[in-house]
Design a protein around this ligand. Structure first.
Ligand SMILES: [Zn+2]
Length: 240
């Protein structure tokens, strides 16, 4: 799960309507769902980390630091479930790239070697948005059925990344590297590209630079993950 920096709020006061934050969030973080990492060219929504249910966190409805970007699948699963910041990993606070492992079969799971506590946090994070299982259909806000399966999309992206890697081995040119970046950023799934190219720090640094808002402090000079993530002023940051 791509760790990000949304940066400081573009305004001093809270947002009168959370929808007003959408353009700035997309500008800072790119057209990607903060949870499933898919590229969503249109239809991303402002996602409230702690739900916008008026009875739960009314003081956070307009708060910049409570916003990420979410697709209809992830939002539709997360709904207004309560979120305690110390009990899940968050892309703006933790090194979520280090916490999860992506595999060729489209699965995403807690990384090997995590402590029992961290493993549970990782599992709870996946369950929050249903990333650990396929979802074939959801209803959007207009009641329309949308057929989307995030697992199959991850499998497909893995194959695409693998083919791209083969192409680079055949034709190791700067132009090929740039073409792979163009493919990756219009496909999404940062973590899959980073995993398939795990032995190519040049490409990995290019992915880190090319996906807007990726937190550079989560990666060392050879693009290995830095954990725990350095403190960034947000509550309960740096759990991993
Ligand atoms: Zn999503």
């Amino acid at each position: 799960m791509r760790p990000v920096n949304r940066g400081p709020s573009p305004q001093t006061a809270d947002f009168a309507s959370y929808r007003l934050a959408l353009a700035e969030l997309v500008s800072r973080l790119g057209h990607y769902c903060s949870y499933c990492e898919r590229y969503i060219p249109a239809g991303l929504a402002v996602e409230h980390i702690r739900p916008k249910d008026a009875e739960m966190y009314p003081h956070l409805i307009g708060r910049w630091d409570n916003y990420l970007l979410g697709c209809v699948n992830c939002n539709g699963t997360k709904t207004n479930k309560d979120v305690l910041l110390d009990q899940i990993f968050l892309v703006d606070r933790d090194n979520t790239f280090h916490a999860f492992t992506y595999t060729p079969d489209g699965k995403v799971k807690p990384s090997e070697g995590l402590s029992d506590e961290h493993r549970q946090l990782a599992l709870d994070t996946l369950a929050l948005t249903g990333l650990e299982k396929p979802i074939n259909e959801v209803y959007d806000e207009n009641g329309e059925l949308v057929y989307l399966d995030r697992v199959s999309q991850r499998r497909l992206t893995w194959l695409l990344a693998k083919s791209s890697k083969d192409d680079l081995e055949t034709s190791p040119t700067e132009g090929m590297r740039r073409q792979i970046i163009r493919t990756a950023i219009t496909r999404g799934f940062f973590s899959i590209w980073m995993t398939v190219f795990e032995d190519d720090p040049v490409m990995r640094q290019m992915f880190i630079n090319a996906f807007p808002g990726t937190a550079p402090e989560c990666f060392d000079a050879t693009t290995g993950p830095i954990s725990p993530r350095p403190a960034n002023g947000l509550d309960h940051a740096g759990k991993i």
